[in-house]
Design a protein. Structure first.
Length: 125
């Protein structure tokens, strides 16, 4: 049985601010922005190259803004990604080299936290 994770809801306090952060600073693609009613707005954003998107909006979740921790994307080069994010105005940590990969971390304006991982070179192991 195949199961594909394709959408993760991220609770935010200001949808427009979060959308701008993820698209303008982090580089996600804006797929949809639909206001169904005054109580329901659905914004779907996708990291470049990803099969999984995030959803922001109003009326999507009861979760507290900033409560999502441990989201993770995988990149080819953690240092280059860190430099690009920093150049776009994202507060991003220095790269940490660990046996299971190189990581840098950032949070959105509400405090939802992300890890950016470069997988270890398996041929070097």
């Amino acid at each position: 049985m195949d199961m594909k994770l394709e959408l993760v809801t991220i609770p935010v306090s200001d949808v427009d601010r979060a959308k701008a952060f993820y698209t303008d600073r982090v580089g996600f693609v804006a797929d949809h922005d639909v206001r169904v009613s005054d109580e329901l707005r659905f914004v779907q954003l996708t990291p470049p190259g990803s099969a999984c998107s995030i959803a922001l909006g109003t009326g999507l979740t009861d979760a507290v803004p900033g409560s999502v921790q441990g989201l993770q994307v995988v990149v080819a080069d953690a240092r280059a990604t860190r430099e690009e994010l920093a150049a776009r105005g994202v507060e991003v940590s220095e790269v940490q080299d660990l046996p299971w990969g190189s990581f840098t971390f950032f949070a959105d304006p509400d405090g939802n936290r992300w890890a950016v991982q470069q997988l270890p070179d398996r041929d070097a192991a």
